[in-house]
Design a protein around this ligand. Structure first.
Ligand SMILES: Nc1ncnc2c1ncn2[C@@H]1O[C@H](COP(=O)(O)OP(=O)(O)O)[C@@H](O)[C@H]1O
Ligand SMILES: [Mg+2]
Length: 428
């Protein structure tokens, strides 16, 4: 098969890496890809927002299956366009991708189908939004309706901060039309977990659980980022909790989509807050998480291409995923200044030393060749397996210590929450 992967992050490198292990695959293309994907696939210089260009390429190269990494092309309708031309593509169509493309749609959908989530108000007018904030008080969460590259959510500790967020989003239009509406919601307290599942519109196949690390600094301090590291499995998600999430969120999600007349195929990702009252959905995403996909792919034994094919064909029922009984940890190495301003074009050293390590692999995100230079905020995802989460953490940080570039920074505490959770359980 000829496969096209769309995107250029750590997620896409991990997908390409896993796809390359399938005996079904003859050739992989990645658009636009990075220096890491270039080693396993042919990078194609087409951007993720040029969906007509991607279609033209897929037709020309007789691509048998396209896999979409990021949400943007999904929300823009790339799946509808490819399917019209009879091309196989893994991901939800435009109507289905609204679940991530519009937080207002998502919130109304969750309310309609009784999916546990934070209490919220929806506003098209900043005065009413501010009146609501004054009435409810802080802490409170302000969310721009549309896509905002992970920057459209402000967890405000004070009323003043929340009001400033509303003004930024609705008046200053920091995120353009994505800020025509806002969702203002109750601030939930608890531990977060990512539940990523694959569905063909009928069957839901959950992947192994995982946990992201959103904040830039250790102990979850500092501003939000695209994700500074992840691990899988997440011990906070016990088998019992997984059942609850399946029954209270994933299953009603599918029922709801069907009632809305939407065939939902591809990834459904539930961002969960494990609160004292039980798991609540923070949001649904319509694609794989990044960085979560990096540790998840390292643990997956099954042929990913077969899973994608069965999804597109509506035959997921026949799929039974196999996992390594080991833990995986991914530590993101970021550019100096990230998530704020940062430099690019810096040489990276030490990558050659990693290839000698048995249990570690470096997924590239913001890199470009030749010679491997930094080209983004999140530069690399150093990912390692271990027989326990503790060993996986040690293996990942051992690999990290071999790599350097000017200004490089990373969190030192990736996986710590898993250890804490396991220790707490051992005491009980
Ligand atoms: N209701 C909430 N209570 C507490 N924290 C929240 C709430 N909603 C979002 N957050 C925090 O903000 C982050 C981003 O919010 P999310 O809804 O996932 O939007 P996006 O990923 O599109 O930026 C979450 O991972 C979580 O840490
Ligand atoms: Mg999120």
């Amino acid at each position: 098969m000829n496969i096209l992967v769309i995107g250029s992050g750590g997620r896409e490198h991990a997908l390409v890496w896993k796809i390359a292990q399938s005996p079904k695959v003859k050739k992989i293309y990645c658009a636009p890809g990075n220096a890491g994907t270039a080693e396993l696939a042919e990078n194609v210089n087409i951007n993720i927002d040029d969906i007509k260009g991607l279609l033209k390429f897929a037709l020309e190269k007789k691509i048998d299956l396209t896999v979409v990494g990021p949400e943007m092309p999904l929300v823009a309708g790339i799946v509808d366009l490819f399917e019209e031309k009879g091309l196989k593509i893994f991901g939800p169509n435009k109507a289905a991708a609204q679940i991530e493309g519009s937080k207002v749609f998502s919130k109304e959908f969750m309310a309609k189908y009784d999916i546990p989530t934070a209490q919220a108000g929806i506003f098209t007018n900043s005065k009413e939004a501010i009146a609501y904030i004054n009435n409810v008080g802080a802490p409170i969460v302000v969310k721009a309706d549309g896509l905002a590259a992970g920057k459209g959510v402000i967890v405000a500790q004070t009323v003043k901060e929340a009001m400033a967020a509303v003004n930024q989003i609705m008046e200053d239009k920091e995120f353009g039309a994505a800020g025509d509406k806002v969702v203002i919601e109750e601030c939930l307290v608890g531990e977060e977990a990512s539940i990523i599942a694959i569905t063909d519109g009928e069957t839901i196949v959950p992947l192994a659980s995982s946990q992201d690390h959103k904040r830039v600094f250790d102990n979850d301090e500092g501003p939000n980022t695209g994700g500074m590291g992840a691990y899988s499995p997440a011990p906070v998600v016990t088998d019992q909790l997984m059942d609850t999430i399946y029954n209270s969120a994933l299953e009603p999600f599918m029922v709801g989509m069907k009632r809305e007349g939407i065939v939902y195929k591809g990834v459904i990702y539930a961002g969960i807050m494990v609160t004292k009252q039980g798991p609540k959905v923070l949001e649904f995403n319509c694609r794989f998480g990044d960085p979560e996909t990096q540790p998840i792919m390292m643990r997956l034994e099954s042929d990913l291409v077969e899973v994608f094919e069965k999804t597109v064909e509506g035959k997921l029922q026949a799929v039974n995923l196999k996992w390594k009984e080991r833990a995986a940890v991914c530590v993101v190495l970021a550019a100096g200044g990230y998530p704020g301003k940062y430099e690019t074009g810096l040489p990276i050293s030490g990558l050659d030393k990693i290839s000698q390590l048995k249990d570690a692999y470096v997924f590239h995100a913001g890199t470009k060749g030749p010679g491997v230079l930094t080209a983004g905020g999140r530069v690399l995802g150093v990912t390692a397996l271990g027989d326990t989460i503790k060993f996986a953490i040690d293996n990942a940080y051992r690999a990290v210590s071999l790599i350097s570039f000017k200004g490089m920074h990373y969190r030192q505490d990736i996986g710590k929450k898993a250890l804490k959770c396991l220790r707490k359980r051992a005491r009980i």
